[in-house]
Design a protein around this ligand. Structure first.
Ligand code: ADP
Ligand code: ZN
Length: 289
């Protein structure tokens, strides 16, 4: 059986055809320009592919509540051309197949839980640290939506005493995204994050912010595993720094097998960058039931 997968990102749309076991048969990438230009290109890719369903994981904020009148619409995004675009409605009116929708980060979380390192678990969080910071949450086997959907990239944090700049989020300044996204690192140090590998203070400060956030997620959501992806996490030296700070911040308050094995608790994404598109396959499959 063939399933369509659409990872709708702010810079590119990844369109793929896959199978139930997560195999990706083919895939293309279309730049995200305007809906008028981009959506017809997505549709022309999927037409004639004989897909039985389509799973969509979209940048946000996006309405993911099936009962809502604006279900499937992109909401108040900074990308003006996409504001209030009825993405899912336009796809549905052109492709008469079942469709599933969630946020991009919930999609990646689902991909890892279905095909990757979080298989068999029911409470997992997936965090991407890249151009922005997003957090996908699955609790008790359900991807969490709530009032809208969690925006775990915007939790407020304490500034590192040696941080010369602070956060750059225009809404909160001192939130995780403001402090720790790639553009924030670059604004703080005046260099590409990828070129700062040998500057220990950069990663000391970065890991301080990520570990504060993880500690809060652990206390609130009690995840069984925490997966970190996105461009910034290519800096593998962050993992041991984050793990040791999480241990310090938890302060011995919790004592679980997971927290006693942090190398297997706080882990990199395991699907080689395909966690998002593979999550879309699962969203499509789930729409068939
Ligand atoms: P997006 O978040 O737009 O989907 P990415 O996850 O690739 O895309 O994130 C891009 C950001 O990640 C850039 O702002 C850049 O600063 C940062 N980045 C990319 N590669 C690296 C790297 N090797 N080391 C550190 N930071 C990186
Ligand atoms: Zn913010």
């Amino acid at each position: 059986m063939k399933i369509g997968a659409l990872e709708a990102g702010g810079t590119k749309m990844v369109c793929a055809v896959g199978q139930e076991d997560g195999t990706i048969l083919e895939q293309i990438s279309i730049p995200t320009t305007t809906p008028e230009e981009t959506i017809p290109r997505i549709l022309s890719y999927f037409r004639g592919k004989e897909i039985e369903a389509l799973g969509v994981a979209a940048f946000g904020p996006v309405d993911v509540k099936p009962d809502s009148p604006s279900y499937g619409h992109i909401l108040d995004t900074p990308k003006a051309a996409w504001r209030h675009c009825d993405l899912l409605g336009q796809l549905k009116s052109a492709l008469p197949i079942p469709m599933g929708l969630d946020t991009d980060v919930n999609g990646s979380c689902l991909g890892e839980m279905t095909y990757g390192c979080a298989k068999g678990l029911d409470s997992v969080i997936y965090i991407t640290i890249g151009t922005g910071v997003g957090v996908g949450v699955c609790s008790g086997g359900k991807l969490v939506h709530g009032m809208l959907h969690p925006e775990g990239g915007h939790i407020l944090l304490t500034r590192h005493p040696q941080d010369p700049k602070g956060g750059i989020c225009p809404y909160h300044k001192n939130c995780l995204e403001g402090f720790a996204c790639g553009p924030s690192i670059e604004a703080r140090w005046g260099k590409k994050a990828a070129d700062l590998k040998d500057a220990p203070l950069v990663w000391e400060i970065e890991s301080y912010y990520i570990a504060q956030a993880l500690t809060d997620y652990i206390m609130i959501l009690s995840p069984q595993k925490i997966i970190l992806g996105g461009g910034v996490m290519h800096q593998e030296q962050l993992f041991p720094l984050i793990r040791s700070k999480v241990k310090e911040f938890i302060g011995g308050y919790l004592n679980t097998p997971e927290l006693n094995d942090l190398d297997n608790y706080i882990v990199p994404a395991s699907l080689g960058g395909d966690q998002g598109i593979m999550g879309c396959i699962k969203l499509g499959l789930d729409a068939l039931c």
